[in-house]
Design a protein around this ligand. Structure first.
Ligand code: GLC
Length: 437
């Protein structure tokens, strides 16, 4: 399929998933609005219809909490799903009055998406739009620092695997097993009764169990939501009595870049930023390298419950390339991993877990399959460090994969077979962005 045909087919997927003011990640499996999905969607849509891309991002603001938090899901009033029943914003005084949302966040892609959509507007429109979006992005980033980095380390702390966006990625699952299995779940696990949950799982209507999250892990995640809810989603209470506390490499790498975009947006809008906030941005930039683990020779998340780096490999190790804040030396080490066929160089890269890891699976969700969003991040990172050939190769391989297997949620990194939901919006949107680059 040539690039134009691919872009047309991708645009059709986005059209199908368009719900007027916002886009669902996939028509059947995910009927609500997700935070980072809508950012990716806007990044693709800007090439086709920048005004609709603006609306996509403005729609996210309807869910913003009074304290600045951007929730990871805004529920559609037309669909009652397990998710929409599980989260109950009534538990927090900060939740918005009108919209039903979750009580946690997702990686901070908003500033990047606003910046990129802005590049498709004429200068006058761009300035006006940036001025409109800026207060919301500022209060969002202020919230990140105030509520998720109260000790001023520069790195934001996440409370739940869903906040990472990579729900069952092995390092998070290792922490979950260590700290997040309550007694009743250990008992159910021991009695082999955890599969009962599968009877009510929406995702299993569309994909086989072996391609999704394991049942005991899914139950542990739900118990985590209950824990956070019982703390009114209040970070002060959660830091004192956490479910999980993790300085996630991907989240913080995205944050570094988001902060830089925020500065550029404010300059374009000619609206100054608070010096204290900008100082915090500089701390994050410096702190990313603190997630480098000399033992594993990789970037690892930090488990804040014991202060240790989590030596379980995953795609997270490559994401500091996207931050642009690591040394050239470290970037070179990451590029070596990328080219190594025991690690990330699979027939259809990039596997979300290196192939030589004992956790690698060809087909299970975030435990090995290729996701287009991760390829997009690494592609941008390679470009920013001057690895033009490597970037070009990754881009072409990614487009080839989508042309071969369609707009699946994720892909088998060995055979290229599409897995999970079909007609997945961010696969379509980021395909457009890569094809147009
Ligand atoms: C899954 C993914 C998450 C995404 C959501 C909607 O939960 O892990 O990253 O935002 O689906 O597509």
């Amino acid at each position: 399929m040539n690039k134009n045909a691919l872009v047309e087919a991708a645009a059709e997927v986005l059209k199908q998933n368009d719900r007027g003011q916002w886009t669902v990640p996939s028509g059947k499996l995910y009927p609500h609005q997700w935070l980072w999905d809508s950012c990716f969607i806007a990044i693709g849509l800007r090439h086709i219809d920048p005004y609709r891309a603006k609306t996509e991002l403005e729609s996210l603001l309807r869910g913003q909490w009074r304290d600045g938090m951007m929730p990871h899901i805004i529920f559609s009033a037309e669909h009652t799903t397990f998710d929409s029943l599980l989260w109950d914003k009534a538990h927090s005084k900060h939740a918005p009055g009108k919209e039903a949302t979750s009580g946690i966040t997702q990686p901070p892609m908003l500033a990047e998406a606003v910046w990129l959509v802005g590049q498709k507007l004429d200068p006058k429109e761009r300035k006006t739009w940036f001025a409109k979006m800026l207060p919301h992005i500022i209060s969002y980033h202020e919230w990140i620092y105030k509520e998720r980095d109260p000790y001023g380390t520069g790195l934001a702390t996440l409370f739940h695997p869903y906040e990472s966006g990579l729900d069952n990625s092995p390092p998070w699952m290792a922490l979950l097993r260590q700290h997040g299995f309550p007694w009743w779940l250990k008992l159910l696990d021991w009695l082999h009764l955890t599969s009962l949950i599968n009877l009510g799982r929406r995702d299993l209507k569309f994909s086989p169990l072996k391609e999704r999250m394991a049942d005991n892990e899914a139950l542990a995640l739900i118990s985590g939501v209950h824990h956070l809810k019982s703390k009114n989603y209040d970070s002060r209470k959660i830091f004192k009595d956490p479910f999980l506390l993790v300085q996630d490499v991907i989240y913080n790498s995205i944050l570094v870049r988001a902060n830089e975009h925020l500065i550029k947006i404010s300059k374009t809008a000619e609206i100054g930023l608070d010096g204290n906030l900008v100082f915090k941005f500089s701390l994050t930039k410096q702190a990313i390298e603190k997630l480098w683990n000399d033992n594993s020779q990789a970037f690892n998340h930090r488990n804040c419950l014991n202060g240790l780096l989590v030596d379980v490999p995953s795609i997270a190790t490559l994401l500091p390339l996207f931050s642009g804040a690591i040394s050239k030396d470290k970037a070179t080490k990451l590029v070596e991993k990328l080219k190594n066929d025991d690690e990330f160089f699979s027939p259809y890269p990039l596997p979300t877990v290196p192939q030589n890891s004992k956790y690698f699976s060809h087909f299970r969700y975030w435990q090995g399959p290729t996701w287009i969003s991760m390829n997009w991040f690494v592609y941008q990172g390679l470009l920013s460090y001057g690895y033009k050939n490597e970037a070009e190769k990754l881009k072409n391989k990614t487009l080839e994969l989508v042309a071969l297997s369609g707009f699946s949620e994720y892909f088998n990194p060995i055979t290229g077979k599409g897995l999970g939901a079909d007609n997945f919006s961010w696969t379509a949107a980021l395909t457009i962005d890569l094809a147009k680059d």
